[in-house]
Design a binder for this molecule. Structure first.
Ligand code: TYM
Length: 352
C-alpha cells in the first residue's frame, strides 16, 4: 500500500510578515503590504499578527550604520501610522530575536543550492556583478523562511514579488519535516497575496515594478511625499491617449492605464470594475486629478502620523522593545525544539 499523505499541520494559525529597513516606503509597499497587514489585524477573531522590521535582510546590501537604527524606526513608525496596534499585533526588529538567525543557519543546511539558483530576485538584485554580491543576498530567501517558520506562521501577507520566496519557504518546511521524520511539524505557510494592488507598477513604465531602487523618484509615490509632490507625480505619470475603457478587458494591453486604475481601486477600497463604472469613457485629464485627490486624502493621515511617531523615537522604541519580548517568547521555544530535533547537545537533564 502506498504511504498515506502526511498529516497536515495541526497547530494554531499565525500571520507574519516583514518589510526591509532599507529606505523610504512607497505606495507599492503601502498597498501591497501595509494595508493588507492592517486588514488582517482588524479581522475579528483572526489569528495573531507578527510584523517585523527586516534589518537582518537590509544588510544584505550595504547600509550606513549611522542610519540603520533610524531606518528601523521609520518602518515601525509606518506600521503604527498605517493602523497597526501594538496591543493586538507584535511589532519588533528582526535582529532583536536571535531565533531568526539561528534557524536560518539550520535551514541553510536544508535548502539546496539548486533551489536558490532559481530565485529571480537574487538575479535582479545582483545584476551583472553576481560574484561581488554578499553571500547574505544569495541566502536571503532562506532567512525569510526562518523568519516565517520560527513562529510556525501559517499566513504571510506579501506583494506578488514575494511569491517565489514563499514557495521556497514551503519547500524548506516540507524537506525539514521529511528529513527529520516529523510529518506536519512545520506548517506549509500560505502566501496571502490579495487585493487590486499586489503588484503596483512604476508611474514611468507600466511594465516595471514600483521600487525603491528605481533611479527616478518620479516613478514612485513615497509615503513621505507631500500633497503637491504626489499630485505632480500623478500628473506626470505616463499614460496613453485613449479614454478609460468601460470594462477591465479594455485595460489588457494598456499597462499604464491598468496600473492607475488598480491604484485607484486599492486606495478607494473598491474593485477595478467599479472604478471603470465611475470613469469609463473619460480621459486622463479627468481621471488623474481624481486619483491625485484620492491619493493625497488617503496618504496624508499616514504621513502625518508617521511624522508624529518619528518625533517621539522613545515611544517607537518602547513598542519595538515590548514586541521583541513577545516575539522571543513565541519563537525561542519553537527553535529550541528544532535544535533538539536536529540533535544538538543541550546539556544535562534534557534526557537527550
Ligand atoms: P520589501 O521590504 O522589499 O517589501 C515589503 C513588502 O512590500 C511589497 N511590495 C510591493 N507590493 C506591491 N507592489 C509593489 N511594487 C511592491 N514592492 C514591494 C513586498 O511584496 C513586500 O510584501 N523579503 C521581503 C521582506 C521579508 C519578509 C519576510 C516578508 C523578510 N522576511 C518574511 C514576509 C515574510 C521584502 O523584500 O520586502
Amino acid at each position: 500500500m502506498s504511504d498515506p499523505s502526511p498529516p497536515p499541520y495541526a497547530g494554531p494559525e499565525r500571520v507574519l510578515s516583514g518589510i526591509q529597513a532599507s529606505g523610504a516606503l512607497h505606495l507599492g509597499n503601502y498597498l501591497g503590504a501595509l494595508r493588507r497587514f492592517v486588514a488582517l489585524q482588524n479581522q475579528a477573531g483572526g489569528p495573531p499578527c507578527f510584523l517585523f522590521v527586516a534589518d537582518l535582510h537590509a544588510i544584505t546590501v550595504w547600509q550606513d550604520p549611522a542610519r540603520l537604527k533610524d531606518q528601523t524606526r521609520e518602518i515601525a513608525a509606518a506600521y503604527l501610522a498605517s493602523g497597526l496596534d501594538p496591543a493586538r499585533s507584535t511589532i519588533f526588529p528582526q535582529s532583536a530575536v536571535p531565533a531568526h538567525a539561528e534557524l536560518a543557519w539550520i535551514f541553510n543546511c536544508v535548502a539546496r543550492l539548486g533551489w536558490l539558483d532559481r530565485m529571480t530576485q537574487f538575479k535582479e538584485k545582483s545584476g551583472k556583478h553576481k560574484e561581488r554580491s554578499s553571500v547574505g543576498l544569495y541566502t536571503y530567501p532562506v532567512l525569510q523562511a526562518a523568519d516565517i517558520l520560527a513562529y510556525k506562521a501559517t499566513h504571510v501577507p506579501v506583494g506578488e514579488d514575494q511569491k517565489q520566496h514563499l514557495e521556497l519557504t514551503r519547500d524548506i518546511a516540507q524537506k525539514f519535516n521529511n528529513d527529520f521524520g516529523r510529518p506536519g511539524w512545520f506548517p506549509l505557510p500560505e502566501p496571502v497575496i490579495q487585493g487590486p494592488a499586489t503588484r503596483v507598477m512604476s508611474l514611468r513604465d507600466g511594465l516595471a515594478k514600483m521600487s525603491k531602487s528605481d533611479a527616478s523618484d518620479l516613478s514612485r509615490i513615497n509615503l513621505t511625499d507631500d500633497a503637491d509632490t504626489i499630485a505632480a507625480k500623478i500628473r506626470k505619470a505616463r499614460t496613453d491617449p485613449e479614454p478609460l475603457p468601460e470594462t477591465a478587458e479594455g485595460l489588457e494591453s494598456r499597462p499604464e492605464a491598468r496600473n492607475l486604475v488598480a491604484i485607484y481601486a486599492a486606495l478607494a477600497d473598491i474593485d477595478r470594475a467599479e472604478v471603470l463604472r465611475r470613469f469609463g469613457g473619460q480621459g486622463f485629464g479627468v481621471f488623474k486629478p481624481a486619483l491625485a485627490e484620492l491619493a493625497v486624502e488617503q496618504l496624508r493621515p499616514v504621513s502625518e502620523a508617521m511624522r508624529r511617531y518619528l518625533a517621539d523615537p522613545a515611544e517607537v522604541d518602547r513598542v519595538l522593545k515590548a514586541g521583541a519580548l513577545r516575539a522571543r517568547a513565541v519563537a525561542e521555544p519553537i527553535v529550541d525544539e528544532v535544535k533538539a530535533i536536529v540533535g544538538f547537545w543541550r546539556g544535562s537533564g534534557d534526557g537527550g
